[in-house]
Design a protein around this ligand. Structure first.
Ligand code: FA5
Length: 330
């Protein structure tokens, strides 16, 4: 038989099959080691000319694979039908349901929230699509301020509906500070975790889409000492042990003084958050009297904390979709 007729007769036979046994018979008729139709064809290929071999070899193998997979599917169908028909043996061990689990980043976010809640911080949410005003201007970063270059921005083509303002994907969680202060009177302490976006080159410690947790504590006598104390408590609880921490002077337009905090892992410092005392211009912008109210703010990188806690060397793994990575956190 030639390939075409073998194929045609195979499909006819499969259509007629009514049981798993029928399928097994078809398997032997076509793929049987001695006289299976496909086996015979494959065996005869060696007698063909080189030209013919090149054509027939792949075609015959393709048909063999097609037949194998059809038979496997049909056999499976008959198998499950026959199982359904039998009575259930309740003494058999059950089939284990496979359960999903929390993504490591969500886990770290939950841990961080839990710690700050225990320190009496309230949890606040903010929008991922943000107005230019909240992401920049109200944070003392007006248009043409060179500090805008610190945050490479994804701008949206659409403008805000009511005021025709420019919209963007927020580059940090700091706009939540302004939104909250505009509508609340101090004293208070809040945290706001969320997704942020930056149009920058990706590498082992930088993603274009990552998460921050913003913190803001406002009161009449809040100082840098309070910040150091709160962050110290947080770090100790989060890592479950003392970690080596370094405060470095730094610049953010919305704080004064400003600093960055690094944690030492494997003898290398990794920057994990920016922080500082809220700038008086920001306070004035939300109608807080800077002579009365002062506060500290910080923005930490969630992925960086997860990387240190679980010893992960590359931030890109979190979004890789590689289940071998994700399942390690079951
Ligand atoms: C800020 O975004 C400031 N809004 C932080 C801040 C808040 C300062 C309040 C003062 C007061 P920065 O760009 O440094 O700062 O980002 C903060 C943290 O986010 C970094 O320390 C780092 O942990 C993390 N981070 C920054 N860029 C990336 C990135 N591309 N991928 C992953 N994590 C990042």
């Amino acid at each position: 038989m030639d390939l075409e007729s073998v194929k045609r007769s195979f499909y006819k036979d499969v259509e007629r099959a009514n049981t798993g046994d029928d399928i097994e018979k078809i398997r032997i008729a076509y793929l049987g080691r001695e006289k299976g139709h496909i086996t015979l064809i494959l065996r005869s290929i060696k007698d063909l000319s080189l030209e013919e071999k090149r054509v027939m070899g792949p075609l015959a193998n393709e048909l063999r694979q097609e037949i194998e997979s059809i038979l496997r599917i049909r056999q499976g169908e008959f198998h499950s039908l026959s199982r359904e028909a039998t009575t259930i043996d309740i003494t058999m061990p059950g089939e284990k349901a496979s359960l999903g689990h929390i993504h490591p980043l969500t886990q770290v976010e939950n841990d961080i929230q839990g710690i700050f809640k225990s320190l009496n911080f309230a949890f606040i949410d903010g929008p991922e699509i943000e107005k230019e005003h909240y992401n920049f201007d109200a944070l003392n970063i007006p248009l043409h301020h060179p500090a805008r270059d610190m945050w490479d921005t994804f701008w949206l083509k659409t403008k805000s509906a009511n005021r025709n303002e420019r919209l963007l994907l927020r580059t940090h969680t700091s706009p939540v500070q302004i939104r909250y202060m505009e509508t609340h009177k101090p004293p208070f302490q809040i945290i706001s975790p969320g997704r942020v976006f930056r149009f920058e080159a990706i590498d082992a410690t930088h993603e274009i889409n990552f998460h921050q947790v913003e913190g803001l504590m406002m009161g009449k006598s809040v100082s840098v000492a309070n910040f150091k104390y709160v962050i110290g408590l947080f770090l100790k609880q989060f890592f479950g042990k003392e970690v080596e921490v370094r405060f470095r002077p730094s610049y953010f337009p919305f704080v004064e003084p400003g600093f960055e905090i690094d944690i030492k892992i494997k003898n290398k410092w990794l920057e994990v958050m920016g922080a500082g005392m809220v700038h008086r211009k920001v306070l004035e912008g939300v109608n807080y009297d800077p002579e009365i109210w002062q506060g500290f703010a910080f923005g930490l990188g969630l992925e960086r904390f997860a990387m240190i806690k679980y010893n992960i060397h590359d931030v890109r793994l979190f979004y890789s979709g590689d289940m071998r990575f994700i399942h390690q956190f079951n």
